[in-house]
Design a protein around this ligand. Structure first.
Ligand code: T46
Length: 145
């Protein structure tokens, strides 16, 4: 794993890659590559290039996003700092801890966003309003000193 360089401890993860004349293979093992226990995987695809996905935060959910095909940008925001990361390599993951605002934009036509998640789907874990998220994040920072 590389050093944290993104808001809220989000970070890029290097995943193994095996390439030979038949193509490439990347694998993900919970113990070795995911900083949480895996409960769910899903993937997002066929996204029109001008559409935005995400635009919310999760309270507790941790996730790793991978561009299994194509490319897209991910806005990563902790309520104070915001960075945009381009994912375009199937052997690179983006770890997003809880309380991280995310939005995915600029999907290429062939983009597949593969997501590994720490929890089952729970609508109550979503924060859809940015102002509410920023307030919660500020309170968390105060409480954590
Ligand atoms: C996230 C970003 C990266 C389910 O029923 N089960 C699931 O596991 C998921 C992920 C979604 N859904 C349903 C809920 C909605 O009716 O699928 C529909 C589309 O989900 P949503 O609008 O939340 O999709 P995105 O792309 O905006 O966000 C998704 C994840 O929901 C979210 O956790 O971090 O991808």
């Amino acid at each position: 794993m590389t050093e944290p360089l993104l808001p809220n401890g989000a970070r890029l993860l290097d995943l193994p890659k095996f390439t030979d004349e038949r193509g490439s293979l990347t694998y993900v093992e919970q113990q070795n590559h995911l900083p949480f226990e895996l409960r769910r995987a899903y993937y997002i695809y066929d996204v029109p290039g001008d559409e935005v996905r995400g635009e919310h935060a999760h309270i507790d959910l941790e996730q790793v996003l991978v561009a299994a095909s194509g490319r897209f940008d991910v806005v990563v925001d902790d309520g104070e700092d915001r960075r945009t990361v381009t994912l375009d390599a199937p052997d690179e993951g983006l770890y997003l801890p809880g309380m991280t605002w995310r939005a995915m934009t600029n999907f290429s036509e062939d983009a597949v966003c593969l997501v590994f998640a720490s929890e089952y789907y729970d609508e109550d874990d979503y924060v859809h309003e940015y102002d509410e998220f920023a307030e919660r994040a500020a309170n968390t920072r105060v409480n954590e000193g």
